[in-house]
Design a protein around this ligand. Structure first.
Ligand code: ZN
Ligand code: ZN
Length: 361
């Protein structure tokens, strides 16, 4: 999709003037992938404000064939020291003017070495700012990743995969294999499968603990398609739920719905957090929900924006975010319900479609 990448580079150029630079040295590999389509492990990009004609891409000799296929539209320099090679070129030719760099991604050592060749200006977060709002190609990849996770969960339940005697690790591997069958390249993060009292630990790592009748089983997992990550949590009950389990479940379900309803263009991220948190606090469980409400998803599993009480910023149409409230009762169990969705004018577009009604298996 060279047109897509060209369009993204064009959008980035509009931010360079505001940042006070004539060119930007991009060294973060995900940002390079976003701007060029290159998926190798060594590259740098020197993006000139005046257009692709003066923009240079650099990778090393292992990737010349791959770069020709993935980045056919930019002049490619082959050099193992990719960032240093582009900075050296910029320093020699003088046509690059003031050059900015991704200061949040560069070590002090690397910065000092590059800056000795050509004085660089700190311009953190420019590409990340663009990446917050997804284009339709990105949303389609997210849609497919979410669908792979939905189908894997469906298959797991249909195959009777959630039953007493299986371990948390069994469930994790089972879900991950089923996501691969449905088009996922890899799990989007280490799956969280937490049964019984473990479900009260928000980021529990799966163990050899066996599922038992009466357990909450909390499953937080995702797929990756074209580099884009899905993220979903569902919590089931094994056997007939106790009253306290129904109560906690319905509370989190209501809080999640309130959070999703608050996801509209122009909303303050802190207000989205408050919409869900308020429901849980009003029920007396405020202290049992000790993490942020959600986060952006895309080429990274956690990216901007972030829904937290102290968060700043507003939502815009095209952002992809999660809404994932939870209530965790130490020693007993916990519930989290999480969707990945896209901010749209009016109602958000839900990408994770598995039911959020209480499922008893
Ligand atoms: Zn998650
Ligand atoms: Zn998440």
């Amino acid at each position: 999709m060279p047109e897509t990448h060209g369009r993204r580079r064009g959008a980035l150029r509009t931010l360079l003037t505001g940042a006070g630079v004539d060119a930007l040295l991009v060294t973060d590999l995900l940002n390079i992938r976003y701007l060029t389509g290159f998926t190798g492990s060594n590259a740098a990009l020197l993006l000139h404000a005046e257009g692709d004609g003066k923009t240079l891409f650099c990778t090393d000799g292992r990737y010349t064939t791959q770069a020709a296929a993935e980045v056919p539209d930019l002049e490619t320099v082959v050099d193992r020291a990719s960032a240093a090679a582009l900075v050296a070129k910029a320093g020699k030719t003088k046509t690059y003017g003031r050059v900015g760099f991704e200061s949040q991604h560069v070590s002090v050592e690397t910065y000092e070495a590059l800056n000795a060749q050509l004085p660089l200006k700190r311009t953190p977060g420019l590409v990340e700012r663009l990446r917050e709002v997804k284009d339709e190609a990105e949303i389609e990849a997210l849609r497919q990743a979410c669908a792979a996770a939905d189908r894997a969960l469906d298959d797991l339940v249909a195959a009777g995969g959630l039953r007493p005697g299986r371990t948390e690790l069994d469930i994790a591997r089972d879900l991950e294999n089923r996501m691969l069958e449905h088009g996922s390249a890899a799990p989007s993060f280490a799956s969280i499968i937490a049964a019984g009292a473990h479900s009260a630990i928000p980021h529990h790592q799966p163990t050899h603990a066996e599922l038992k009748r009466g357990d909450f089983v909390k499953m937080d997992f995702g797929a990756t398609v074209d580099g884009y990550h899905s993220d979903m949590t569902r919590t089931f009950v094994l056997g007939e739920p106790a009253d306290w389990q129904r109560e906690v479940y319905e509370l989190v379900h209501a809080a999640q719905a309130a959070g999703v309803a608050a996801v509209v263009p122009g909303a303050e991220v802190s207000d989205v957090d408050a919409a869900a948190r308020g429901v849980i606090a009003d029920a007396g469980h405020g202290e049992h929900f000790a993490h942020g409400l959600g986060h952006g998803v895309g080429l990274q599993i956690h990216e901007a924006p972030s829904f937290a009480a102290t968060g700043v910023g507003t939502l815009a149409a095209g952002m992809a975010v999660t809404v994932e409230p939870g209530v965790y009762l130490a020693g007993r169990g916990g519930v989290r319900i999480e969707d990945t969705l896209v901010v749209r004018a009016g109602e958000p577009e839900l990408l994770t479609l598995s039911t959020k009604n209480l499922v008893v298996v």
